[in-house]
Each structure stands twice: as C-alpha cells, then as structure tokens.
Design a binder for this molecule. Structure first.
Ligand SMILES: [Zn+2]
Length: 367
C-alpha cells in the first residue's frame, strides 16, 4: 500500500505534499503603529512615549503586539522582540521580585525562551500582576526531531513500533515536546484510520488522535507541522487551513476546490511546482482522493466506478465518502443516467458541509 505523498510522481502514490526548508521571509516596512489610535511612528521609543502619554488608564497595562494581556497566565510560543511589547499607565515594574526599567523589561522578555515569570506593574492607583509562561522551542531541537522522523518514516512502512522508537529517540528534545506529541498522535491517527501497522486502536479512534494532534501542533510553526494539520483538516472536511498551505501544493489545490464546492471561499495560495524534499505518511483515503483529483480530465470518467466503490465502503469515513460523492457528481453528472446523480446528490443532503452543494445540484437536475 502506498501512502507517501509525492510531489514529483503523482502516478505513484498520487498526492503531493512537499515539505520545503522554510517559508519565505517577508520584509515589513518599519512603521510602529499605536494599537489604540493607529497613530504611526518611525521608532519603538516614539510609540512607547506616545502610548504612555496619550492613553492614560487607571490600571497599568501590558500589551503584546497591540493586545492588552489579561491577569491569567499568558503562554508565549514564538520568539518575540522588544518592540512587540508596550506598557501603559505604569510607573514601576517588578519582574520576578526585581525592580527594573521598561527597557530592561523588554530586553529580558525578548530573550526569554523557557520558564515562568511573574510581572507586577504599578502606578499610584493600582498594581497589576501578569503571569508569563515561555514555551519557545529551540530550532535545533525541532530540526533534530525532523531528522529522526525522516530516518524512521521516509520510505519505510509505518507501524506502531516505529512510532514508539521515534518517541523514545525524541524525548530528550525537551523544547520540542508539543511537536513530538502532535507528530505521534498524527501517526497513530493515520494507522487507526487505515487499521494497519499493528495498531491496537479502533477505526473510530482516528478522529480523537487527529484532534489531539491538531491541538499539540497548533503553535508549532514548521512546514511539516502545518502540513500534518492540513492533512487532518482536509480529512475532517475543514478546508480553509489546508487550502492556504503552500507547503503542500496538491493538498492546497484539492482543499481550495472542495471549499468552493461547499460554497465557502477559501484563500488559496500560489503554488510553484517544486521537487519534493520530503514525503509524509498519510492515510489511504486522503491519498486516493488526492490522486483522483490529479487525474487529467479525459481519465475522470474511467474513475467513476472506483469512486462509487469508495462511497459504498464502510472502511471509508463519512467525511471522506462525502468528498468522493462530490467528485462523483462533478464528473459523473454529465455522463450517467439522470437517476444516478440524483440519488448521489440526495445522499449528501444531510451532510454538514456539502448539503448546500447537494441542493444546488438537485435544483439543476430538476428545472
Ligand atoms: Zn495612540
């Protein structure tokens, strides 16, 4: 069974999820905007002085990228710069019991990678307490995890023992623990969904594993993590995030089309064809769907029977069967007797995502 997404050879496994080295860097013009009145300044210092003087407030405030922080714990997952922070109505600062200046505070916060910090801000009326938890992974650890992943899972049959071995090999990568959790849950989900690789999980448990992976990967800003989230979202018929993934071109194209059929505009992305740098294990159904969608138009009609088999298969999830039914309607409506498309469209009338699509199809068939 083939399950690697291959960008270079759609005839092999069909899909095409490419993992590039890193996203392109976008240079922003250096303008510092006041988050409250949108006044613009050409230096961080000028904005700080303006914010302090122009927006007095009874309580001291701490803003992160323009958003005032609440008094609960704020978790920070990505590196920050001194310019990302702003103070308002604050006359004194104590970080972890130590008094300091605003400049020293911003510098310290910009250097924090891990750990828990208690910040107290005060003025003559009030004292506010903020709790900051820093969980910023070390790039080297994320890359090490990806190296181990490549060694174990690229061009190798996926099974439960390898996932365990992978987890063991990566437990020492402390700052990559969310990434590790997310990748493992993704892989367990793939095995559960396909019922292969010695999985002890039931078929139905794939969804819970996929949801755990989505949660753990939420803040992991790496192409492989985004691609896994894209595959899971696509699998669950949630197309917006998958449609905007330049890291996984075929997936993005497929998700954009399904979003369109579902009547939701998805912000697709421009995808330049490139050679695959890595392939991810994916579930059988997603692999099949992506390979069908890569078929040239003249071969689509020949695939209709395969689509019909998938739609009738209890091994396919309701979400995947719905996607295949849409494909069948797109390709089969013109060349099959009218009863068949009508029946197929009626199957979709109760679908959470494609009901509107089915209604439009039925209207078109019964003028
Ligand atoms: Zn302002």
């Amino acid at each position: 069974m083939a399950w690697y997404l291959s960008f270079i050879d759609p005839g092999n496994a069909g899909g095409s999820v490419r993992i590039p080295e890193s996203p392109p860097v976008v240079l922003q013009p250096i303008v510092y905007e006041c988050p409250r009145c949108s006044a613009r300044f050409d230096s961080v210092q000028a904005r700080r002085e303006h914010f302090f003087a122009a927006h007095p407030y009874r309580k001291p405030e701490l803003l992160l990228r323009g958003q005032p922080l609440g008094n609960g714990v704020t978790t920070i997952h990505a590196p920050l710069q001194a310019a990302d922070w702003l103070l308002g109505s604050c006359e004194w600062i104590v970080l972890n019991g130590q008094a300091m200046t605003a400049d020293a505070l911003f510098q310290t916060l910009a250097e924090c990678r891990q750990g828990f910090h208690v910040l107290e801000l005060g003025n003559q009326d009030a004292t506010e307490r903020f709790e900051l938890r820093f969980c910023i992974p070390e790039l080297a650890e994320l890359q090490r995890l990806e190296d181990v992943f490549a060694t174990l899972f690229i061009d190798n049959a996926l099974n439960v023992d390898d996932i365990r071995r992978f987890a063991e090999a990566c437990t020492s990568l402390k700052t990559a623990s969310e990434y590790l959790e997310g990748v493992c849950q993704y892989l367990y989900g793939v095995l559960a969904k396909d019922q292969r690789g010695d999985t002890q999980l039931d078929h139905a448990q794939y969804k819970e594993r996929f949801n755990r992976a989505l949660e753990a990967l939420r803040h992991v800003d790496r192409p492989m993590a985004r691609t896994m989230r894209g595959i899971i979202n696509f699998s669950l018929n949630s197309f917006a995030q998958a449609a905007s993934q330049p890291d996984a071109p075929a997936l993005a194209v497929a998700a954009t089309r399904f979003a369109g059929w579902a009547g939701r505009s998805a912000k697709g992305c421009v995808v330049a064809p490139q050679k695959a740098q890595a392939r991810l294990p994916i579930d059988h159904a997603t692999d099949r769907i992506l390979s069908w969608m890569a078929l040239p138009e003249k071969r689509q009609a020949q695939a209709l029977d395969d689509l019909q088999q998938a739609i009738a298969s209890p091994l396919w999830t309701a979400e995947d069967r719905a996607k295949v039914a849409v494909l069948w309607l797109e390709w089969g409506s013109a060349c099959r007797s009218p009863d068949e498309p009508r029946r197929m469209a009626r199957r979709l009338l109760n679908d959470a995502i494609f009901a509107g699509y089915a209604e439009r199809m039925l209207e078109r068939m019964n003028p």
